[in-house]
Design a protein around this ligand. Structure first.
Ligand SMILES: Cc1cc2nc3c(=O)[nH]c(=O)nc-3n(C[C@H](O)[C@H](O)[C@H](O)COP(=O)(O)OP(=O)(O)OC[C@H]3O[C@@H](n4cnc5c(N)ncnc54)[C@H](O)[C@@H]3O)c2cc1C
Length: 569
């Protein structure tokens, strides 16, 4: 079976779990109403299910290749990406005055999840272009905006983001790519960038690279970095692709997964570039788009989790091994308690991660005008990125397990999900770095944004006691334990916090999951499929937060007590 976009689940979360009606009521989205959103989700769902998903396996089997310096893309990708652009999806977040749809980030997040679930490799291409459009809207000169944005939205041109170098990964400030002033307003860019997603293709008329580089007077570290637009073909006087720029794809990486996404080593040899933003303020420009980019990667995890769950469920219903413990004649392995447990775990965490991502989208949408919501969105971003992508590959691994030996055999496609999802915890800031952001920068407010979320959970859980006393009590207690855990984290030195950052982030996500599952159960009066899933989550998965918080507050002492020699003994 191929992936079907879970449109009704987005609709349920928007209607019942997150405060999406506040987004629709806000002045920033005057043009968008509930019916339009429903129509958009359905339309995107059809594109994802019917056009994109059927290409996923082919992209894995026939990866992108470098032929005579040009990337030849996987079969069918060019046509499908043409349909993505024609549907306006590349420009769904862009401002209407620039030719975009101007949709709320919440809606775009749901659409990005569907595209990622359908085919992660393919979905990366419009996602990179989306990020570039956002950076240009905020920071580019009017001339660059007018020339590039319409062509990026229409899909005629595509975009990339070039940060990483061999010596500069998590530490972007260590980059060595140089920029020299040409004296005519343009710059000459020289250096090597690695791991550049969709660094080239065989279908767009131009590939536009946003490149981070350092000017001769740029100070060392992140403060001395500038951002440049460096197109593959230099636009002529009419704005059409003209002379070839001096940049090339040196090679493609051979990867564990996402084979349909060309990951390029790029060489810039005095390539002509145009400044985006101010000189030496390149990192500031990158930060503007970091929230959306992280959320976009977060839902890649959710998308793959959804696809893996659907596949495992279908297999478990068909595959018969032994008698059903429930006495159902001819029933599949889904009747075995351990298999049912794995499937419930997959479904419960996919829902948790999706709800966190959409709640984050709502906060960022409302945050355009409301500073408290902005702080909430900023707090939720590392959780939405790291938890969702961890869940992506954990759920995909469970999917392999549900398939038994067939899960390890490539034909089923279960293994592909596990391979594809693995990268999402690494790029766009590794999940370790996300967790450090949560306990570092995001607790700079003394925990205000985080505590406000806990207040909301406790208020809801108190009211829910009338309907579901035990579940509501468990969620209230979990929020209180997390409050104590957060207070303990705040009292630690920064490096001690960093040592516990990953378990702390996961504990926060677990408690958020308890809240969203409880809300889902209450929305159906405490009885029904969502209530049964909530019971499973609250009884079996939520308790994990206690052990995680115990670890989080331990500090770094016992970790550093283990010397490198101890570890190699
Ligand atoms: C398939 C793929 C696609 C990519 N696409 C792009 C792209 O389009 N554009 C782009 O610019 N880049 C891209 N990247 C690069 C990606 O963002 C980096 O790989 C990532 O940021 C990590 O950098 P690194 O690989 O150098 O790992 P390192 O920074 O060397 O990290 C190694 C380990 O050390 C940890 N670590 C590092 N520093 C710290 C610290 N200060 N504290 C605690 N732990 C630390 C990390 O969490 C990680 O576990 C891509 C990578 C891949 C594999």
């Amino acid at each position: 079976m191929t992936y079907r976009a879970p449109v009704s689940d987005y609709q349920f979360i928007l209607d019942q779990i997150v405060d999406f009606s506040a987004v629709l009521d806000s002045a920033a989205f005057d043009e968008v109403d509930a019916d339009t959103v429903t129509a958009i989700l359905e339309e995107a769902g059809k594109l994802a299910s019917d056009v994109i998903a059927p290409l996923d396996r082919g992209g894995d089997l026939a990866p992108a290749k470098l032929v005579d310096g040009v990337v030849k893309t996987s079969p069918g990708f060019a046509e499908a990406l043409g349909q993505v652009a024609e549907g306006g999806w590349v420009g769904m977040l862009a401002q209407p005055e620039n030719g975009g749809m101007g949709l709320p980030l919440t809606v775009a997040t749901a659409v990005n999840e569907m595209m990622s679930g359908a085919c992660l490799s393919l979905s990366l291409q419009p996602l990179m272009t989306q990020g570039q459009i956002e950076a240009l809207e905020h920071h580019a000169s009017d001339g660059i905006k007018e020339l590039y944005i319409p062509k990026l939205i229409s899909g005629e041109w595509t975009g990339t983001m070039n940060l990483t170098e061999p010596g500069a990964g998590s530490d972007v400030g260590a980059l060595r790519t140089r920029a020299e002033r040409n004296g005519d307003g343009t710059y000459a860019i020289s250096g090597q960038k690695i791991f550049i997603t969709w660094g080239d293709n065989d279908f767009s008329d131009n590939v536009c690279h946003l490149v981070l580089a350092r000017l001769p007077d740029g100070v060392p570290g992140t403060k001395g970095i500038s951002l440049f637009m460096v197109p593959k073909f230099l636009p002529d006087a009419e704005g059409n692709p003209g002379q070839r720029n001096s940049l090339k794809v040196v090679s493609l990486e051979h990867k564990l997964g996402i084979h349909g996404s060309p990951t390029c080593v790029m060489e810039y040899d005095g390539a002509t570039g145009w400044l985006v933003g101010e000189e030496h303020e390149g990192m500031k420009c990158m930060f503007t788009m970091m929230n959306n980019a992280r959320l976009g990667v977060g839902v890649q995890g959710v998308g793959v989790a959804e696809a893996a769950t659907q596949k495992a469920l279908a297999y478990a219903e068909d595959r018969v091994q032994g008698k059903s413990p429930l006495g159902r004649d001819g029933a599949g392995i889904i009747d075995h308690a351990d298999v049912r447990r794995m499937l419930a775990h997959m479904r419960a965490d996919t829902f948790t991660a999706r709800a966190i991502a959409l709640a984050c989208g709502v906060a960022l949408d409302l945050g355009r005008t409301d500073p408290e919501q902005q702080a909430r969105g900023a707090f939720l971003i590392p959780i939405a990125k790291a938890f969702s992508t961890d869940i992506g590959h954990e759920v995909a691994q469970l999917g392999v397990q549900v398939h038994g030996g067939m899960g390890y055999i490539e034909e089923t496609g279960a293994a592909q999900y596990a391979r594809d999802a693995r990268i999402t915890s690494i790029y766009e800031g590794t999940n370790g770095i996300q967790a450090m952001d949560l306990v570092g920068r995001k607790l700079m407010d003394g925990g205000e944004a985080g505590f406000a979320i806990l207040d909301e959970i406790e208020t809801f859980a108190e009211a829910a006691r009338a309907t579901l006393p035990n579940r509501a009590k468990a969620v209230w207690n979990a929020a209180e334990t997390l409050r104590e855990g957060m207070e303990a984290m705040l009292a630690l030195s920064m490096n001690d916090r960093f040592a516990g950052a990953v378990p702390f982030l996961r504990a926060f996500a677990r408690v958020l999951g308890g809240y969203y599952h409880l809300k889902a159960a209450i929305s159906e009066g405490g009885e029904g499929p969502r209530s049964r899933l909530a019971a499973f989550y609250i009884n079996r998965m939520l308790p994990e937060h206690t052990a995680l918080l115990a670890q989080a507050r331990l500090g770094a002492g016992d970790i550093y007590a283990l010397s490198p020699e101890d570890l190699s003994a």
